[in-house]
Design a protein around this ligand. Structure first.
Ligand code: 28F
Length: 638
């Protein structure tokens, strides 16, 4: 039995724990967990940037899906650790919960799991190498699955100080080991916005033509707001920017209003996207509402008799970034992305009140433009309330009538029910016939669906295309939306596999994302997958194919069994209407045999931008998106 001292035992126990339950440390071993490894290493480099010693981070995806991360900081320390008697870098990469800044000086302001990251990444990598260049030369140390396989040793002299880490995620641990370039682009762009003047580059070296991306924003979160508002018409030219630092907390805020109706406010703590919000966001909203109302009263934009503008009215059309840095963040909520520190509410609130008041007094033109919009929103809200009241009163009079076109299901337990939103009356008819009426309801959609991206809320209620959907689902819309009240567990969009089908699907998804966001976030929205082809041959049951690849695969199988391609009748389905109700049931609706795609909301920021670019007012960004992505389109029917 080799002689183990207590620090080596600590190392082994740590690694053991991480490899046995990786999900405890990085959330999952799926694609998200895989990308988390990169964020942990990059966070260490970002910390070095925040300490003021690094201004560039280079990330490479190598052809074997290894990752290389390099920074131009001081170089991770190599000196012998006073207690552990091994090099500091070895402590950071092998001792769990090591690496957190010692004592109070400086603070780790990136990453959630910060400080534990390096050793966790090491334990979950089949190999990992750390190179550090400091005043004494270039040193290197190597590990496999967290165990040291090469002592720290000097490689050569070197000129530019810094740290470089190359690691390969362990295929024994991760179900997915292929990195998604867009995911990394999204996160690095966000990091560069949140850390102004930090350059982050990404090179994907897996294909012959190397793709290189560079993210560098002198404007920081102001540039972030401008980026989010690309494709929207601004109400005031320049985004508003505030920052304040008190002893423990740094606050940075940027916002800009556009003519859109939705509010897009993203909050961050130590570079972590606090999707569930928290005290910083509360402080921000409270400060904004109070300050705008006080200003509106002071300058008689709000009359004595007028009631206060609501937070929703004031935030309509607002894009904002609230980014704070705290020494000791307390994360709460389901996904640990809600800030709990109570003192932060007051800090952010007072920052806003002080700085926004000054801004409004100094910029009366912008103040008026913003408040005019808020007043219009208040009037529209009032109109929508009246429209809603009217609809409710009408409903009460005629009892709660469900839309006439809805063929409801018999089951009353929503968790067992599905609602198919079907494009076109003919397919709607087949769906009504083919369905299982016990738990499947059908609502045919007809004609042009409105684009909510360009419509104010009060027009939504009255709309004859959407109000049947709103009534059928039963949860209300916007801030009234209540997930507890929905009447179906699955809302399945079933449209033709052609451009019109794609269009109505996109319009519905825009509506759900903007006005029933929890429905999307909690995964209640699905997309039906009708077959693209039917293979028929005398004496053989019909075979359905759902993609070009599957068709090719089936034909090869036939050929291998001596059945020639020519002897098979291949029908390409142009629309749902070409299937009778039995076929529609068998291929697309029967839970035993169908395929339905669940709509996942990976990243609200990205989804928000997509809807703005694709559905918004401005044409230029949409054209740019189409030109950039046209090469990915398959079987475009003209
Ligand atoms: C590619 C990933 O990890 N860069 C890093 C530094 C610099 C220092 C440091 C890191 C000692 C043990 C707490 C150097 N000189 N890039 C990186 N660069 N860690 S990680 O110190 C960490 C402390 O953990 C550093 C003087 N002070 C700090």
């Amino acid at each position: 039995m080799a002689e183990y001292n207590e620090s080596q035992i600590q190392v082994l126990e740590g690694l053991e724990a991480v490899r046995k339950r990786p999900g405890m440390y990085i959330g999952s071993t799926s694609e998200r967990g895989l990308h988390h490894l990169v964020y942990e290493i990059v966070d260490n480099a970002v910390d070095e940037a925040l300490a003021g010693y690094c201004n560039e981070i280079n990330v490479e995806i190598l052809e074997d899906n290894s990752i290389s991360v390099k920074d131009n900081g001081r170089g991770v320390p190599l000196g012998i650790h006073h207690k552990m008697k091994i090099p500091a870098v070895e402590v950071v990469y092998t001792i769990l919960h090591a690496g957190g800044k010692f004592g109070g000086e400086g603070y780790k302001v990136s990453g959630g799991l910060h400080g534990v990251g390096a050793s966790v990444v090491n334990a979950l990598s089949s190999n990992l190498k750390v190179e550090a260049c400091n005043g004494d030369g270039l040193f290197e140390i190597k590990f496999e699955r967290g165990k040291k396989v090469q002592d720290l040793k000097k490689i050569e002299e070197c000129k530019k100080r810094g740290t470089k880490v190359v690691f390969k995620p362990d295929a024994d641990i991760f179900t997915v080991t292929t990195f998604n370039t867009d995911t990394l682009i999204q996160r690095f762009r966000e990091m560069a916005f949140l850390n102004k003047k930090l350059k982050i580059t990404l090179e994907d070296k897996r294909d012959t033509e190397v793709e290189k991306y560079e993210f560098y924003y002198e404007g920081g979160i102001t540039s972030f707001v401008e980026y989010l508002n690309k494709g929207k018409e601004a109400v005031h030219k320049k985004p508003v920017y505030f920052e304040s630092t008190d002893k423990e907390t740094e606050v940075e805020i940027a916002f800009q209003y556009t003519t859109a109706y939705s509010e897009n406010i993203y909050s961050f703590v130590n570079n972590i996207n606090t999707i569930e919000g928290g005290t910083h966001l509360e402080g921000f909203k409270r400060g904004i509402t109070k300050t705008f109302n006080d200003y509106a009263r002071k300058f008689n934009i709000l009359k004595e008799k007028d009631s206060n503008l609501s937070g929703d009215d004031i935030r309509e059309g607002m894009t904002a970034i609230v980014s704070i840095r705290v020494k000791d963040p307390q994360f709460e909520g389901q996904t640990k992305t809600k800030l709990g520190n109570s003192e932060v509410t007051g800090i952010v609130n007072s920052t806003i009140i002080e700085k926004l008041n000054y801004y409004l007094e100094e910029n009366p033109k912008e103040a008026k433009a913003i408040l005019d919009k808020a007043l219009a929103a208040a009037r529209a809200r009032e109109a929508a309330r009246k429209a809603r009241e009217l609809v409710r009163r009408k409903n009460v009079l005629e009892s709660t009538t469900l839309p006439g076109k809805l063929a409801d299901c018999q089951e009353k337990d929503a968790s067992k029910c599905e609602l198919y939103l079907v494009e076109g009356d003919s397919a709607g008819g087949s769906a009504k016939q083919g369905r299982d009426r016990k738990f499947q309801a059908i609502l045919p959609m007809w004609g042009k669906m409105i684009n909510v991206e360009k419509t104010r809320a009060d027009k939504i209620y009255g709309n004859d295309k959407l109000s049947p959907v709103i009534t059928a689902i039963g949860g209300g819309i916007g801030n009234d939306f209540d997930l507890e009240k929905i009447r179906y567990a699955k809302i399945i969009l079933m449209a033709d596999a052609d451009v019109d089908g794609a269009h109505i699907r996109t319009l519905l998804l825009t509506f759900f994302f903007r006005y029933m966001r929890p429905l999307v976030e909690k995964g209640h929205i699905y997309i039906a997958q009708p077959p693209l082809f039917k293979l028929a041959k005398r004496g053989m049951n019909d075979i359905y194919c759902y993609s070009d690849d599957e068709l090719e695969q089936k034909l090869i199988e036939f050929e291998e069994n001596g059945i020639k391609r020519e002897s098979i009748n291949i029908q390409r389905y142009k629309g749902l209407g070409e299937m009778n109700s039995e076929q529609l049931w068998e291929t697309t609706m029967n839970p035993e045999t169908r395929t339905i795609l669940r709509v996942e909301l990976e990243d609200a920021v990205l989804a928000d931008q997509m809807f703005t670019v694709l559905m918004g007012e401005e044409v230029a960004p949409r054209r740019e998106f189409i030109e950039k992505n046209a090469k990915y389109v398959k079987n475009l029917d003209v």
